[in-house]
Design a binder for this molecule. Sequence first.
Ligand SMILES: Nc1nc2c(ncn2[C@@H]2O[C@H](COP(=O)(O)OP(=O)(O)OP(=O)(O)O)[C@@H](O)[C@H]2O)c(=O)[nH]1
Ligand SMILES: [Mg+2]
Length: 294
Amino acid sequence: MSGHRCGTIGLAGRPNTGTSSLLNRLVGEQLSIVSRKAQTTRHLVRGILTRDDCQYVFVDAPGQQASARSTLHRALNRRGTEAARDADVALLVVEVMRFGPEDAAVLERIPAEQQVVVAVNKIDRVKERARMIPFLERLSKLRDFRAIVPVSAQTGKNVEALLKALRAALPEAPAAYPKDQLTDRDERFFAAELLREKLFEAMGEELPYRCEVVIESFKEEGKLRRIEATILVERDSQKAIVVGTGGERLKRMATAARKDMERLFGGKVYLGTWVKVRRAWTDDARILRQLGYE
Ligand SMILES: Nc1nc2c(ncn2[C@@H]2O[C@H](COP(=O)(O)OP(=O)(O)OP(=O)(O)O)[C@@H](O)[C@H]2O)c(=O)[nH]1
Ligand SMILES: [Mg+2]
């Protein structure tokens, strides 16, 4: 088709700006897990949106954290701007009225020659639109951005305008993926992520960063998906918290994760969960490599 565009859009931002929420809103599906805690995202997830005149390939990435506490966090930071560097266009996500040193550090890691579109997210929080103007002006002086678009991932406001600005920055090319393909990740990946999302929601401030989910087996038996998952923690005390009194907390998280999997996969799921202690896995290069972080 003449004038058809297609390309990759690498998302970047400091933790919690809403990059994953925005990816989900842009593709219309809950592909990337979301939580109130920083660095929820650990893996590069592609979300594909196919329109008649354009195929958008979004790549979500972990938020860039200034204080990298463990080998895991440093690996996540490295991965954080990878997507934005390698893509046809970088989509920098910032929070409206909040642009600090952590945001500036993310922008600095995006090469000067890369095209950058800025999404100013969470505008639903600002009642008076006029208050945003000085903030947007200040942003526009930082670099020669392709566009600065105020949006709300939560309400969907202005997301069409953002898509238009992104399309203008993409190269003319035919679609790279079949039009019904939504992501490059398989069900096994989403099974692990959905359970990890529940851990992030249910746990206190520190513990989610000590947890990882490993899918031990994933079998399709007719219409049933039989999934066995292990939750790795670093200490016995953490295991006790994840399991909860009488196994109550683990059961609740597993049920919530199973329901999300059933919705995403469109079929029944059996989910078995175990909790295992792997001392200091967040600093263990061998385990991190096995989990795909190095
Ligand atoms: N009010 C409001 N909240 C939002 C919006 N977008 C995201 N949030 C909230 O911001 C928090 C962080 O969202 P995420 O999408 O996980 O942010 P992220 O940038 O992917 O964060 P990490 O993966 O942890 O780096 C969540 O509590 C979201 O519900 C928005 O447009 N408006
Ligand atoms: Mg995220």
